[in-house]
Design a protein around this ligand. Structure first.
Ligand code: MG
Length: 421
């Protein structure tokens, strides 16, 4: 909702209890008495459009963050400067609460925008206090973050739309891709299993015939035959099926000891998730389209997820991700966060994954982008790769511990977007 000046402002009483979240005096010592001066955004063309956010202050310190994909979320993030200018960026929780209160009802786009800004605030806070972000989120459970590789057998979803899908998504192509990824050092990977397997399927009905299900089983079988059972293997269904079809698929996949079956039914169907989690002898993973800890609590209480997959750049912020981890940990649910972002958002996720006990693996979705790691440099080890042998080593530089390479950002800037460094 926009006001007369085009802002997304929602007046007091817009759906949540209205609290006065302003602070009259900063009351901080001079070295921590700083102000937000601007919020800038830019879009970089990776395999998705990566929405980067920069929050500037009246000191040398600035922060970087990332929204889930770009466009609307970036537009909104930039407009948040109206509310944030003059505020002390160290008040991360209060400013996130302020954004949530003023822009309630903006859904996943709003939470993506908040996340981009909030991540940048943590980056600033870490730089001001001269500590990495994970220290601010509770400290360290681990030094290396296990990354699971989103893997495509044949071609990416959508790219093969004009061809016979059974020629593209073959057991051989799945097995070959799995072998490559394991040989690159990954100990966890995931495939899309909602690839079309027949031109006759009525996709609107969300139901598959037996032949289509057998094709999916053949893909999974080929992967297990190639890489064995010591590798964590997830399969993603992208919300595409009815409970009965998801159940038929899941039952046939039980012998393959999957690490998880992802998003079998649409995200709003909490009870349907719970039925499948109860009936199938394989873990149900969901959550990339669920935002805020309150909604994850709904899923957790309903028994609707065995593994939670909040999206690092959409779920509502790094602090929100930490809260989601706590909500899930209370019910014995581990996190395998969804992540399709640039190294900025990925490293933000890495800091949270280091600081939570119930961590399984963090997604990486950029195997098709050879320059992915070149977009940033680690400030503590500029020549070290961001991702190596299936792991990200936790950065120890202040804040997120990475800075953008302006040349790489400029080279891949989305047309019409303005470069910040
Ligand atoms: Mg998914």
């Amino acid at each position: 909702m926009r006001d007369d000046e085009g802002d997304y402002r929602i007046p007091p009483g817009g759906g949540v209890p209205w609290r006065d979240l302003s602070v009259e005096e900063a009351r901080r010592p001079p070295e921590r008495d700083l102000e937000i001066t601007d919020v800038k955004t830019m879009a970089v063309a990776g395999n998705f459009t990566w929405g980067l956010v920069k929050v500037e202050t009246n000191t040398e310190h600035y922060g970087l963050g990332e929204t889930f994909r770009a466009e609307a979320a970036l537009d909104m993030a930039e407009r948040l400067v109206v509310d944030l200018k003059g505020e002390n960026p160290l008040d991360v929780d209060r400013l996130l609460e302020l954004m949530n209160q003023r822009y309630t009802g903006c859904g996943r786009v709003g939470q993506s925008a908040f996340t981009g800004v909030e991540t940048a605030l943590w980056d600033i806070k870490g730089k001001v206090l001269d500590v990495p972000v994970y220290e601010l989120l509770g400290g360290k459970y681990r030094d290396e973050i296990t990354i699971y590789c989103d893997t495509h057998g044949g071609e990416s979803l959508g790219q093969a739309a004009s061809r016979d899908p059974t020629d593209v998504y073959t057991p051989e192509s799945y097995a070959r891709a799995a072998r490559e990824v394991v040989d690159e050092g990954f100990e966890a990977l995931k495939f899309d299993l909602d690839v079309l397997t027949s031109r006759d399927v009525d996709t609107a009905a969300r139901r598959l015939d037996n032949e289509s299900i057998e094709h999916k089983v053949s893909l999974v079988e080929a992967v297990r035959d190639e890489i064995g059972y010591d590798v964590d293997l997830g399969m993603d269904l992208h919300w595409n099926f009815t409970v009965e079809t998801a159940r038929r698929i899941g039952k046939r996949l039980e012998p393959y000891d999957l690490a998880w079956l992802e998003d079998p039914v649409p995200p709003e169907q909490v009870e349907a998730h719970a039925r499948l989690a109860e009936e199938l002898h394989l873990p149900i993973l969901t959550g990339e389209n669920v935002v805020t800890a309150a909604r994850f609590d709904d899923y957790a209480r309903a028994g609707a997820m065995d593994i939670a997959a909040p999206d690092v750049n959409k779920c509502g912020g790094l602090w929100e991700l930490r809260k989601i981890a706590t909500v899930c940990d209370l019910r014995g649910i581990p996190l395998a966060p969804h992540n399709i972002s640039s190294p900025v958002g990925t490293i933000a996720g890495v800091h949270v994954c280091a600081a939570i006990p119930n961590f399984l693996a963090l997604e990486w979705h950029a195997r098709d982008v050879p320059w992915w790691g070149d977009l940033v440099r680690r400030t503590d080890a500029p020549d070290e790769p961001i991702l190596e042998d299936g792991y990200v080593e936790l950065p120890e530089g202040p804040g997120l511990g990475v800075e953008l390479d302006p040349d790489v950002a400029a080279e891949h800037l989305v047309e019409g977007s303005e470069l910040f460094v």
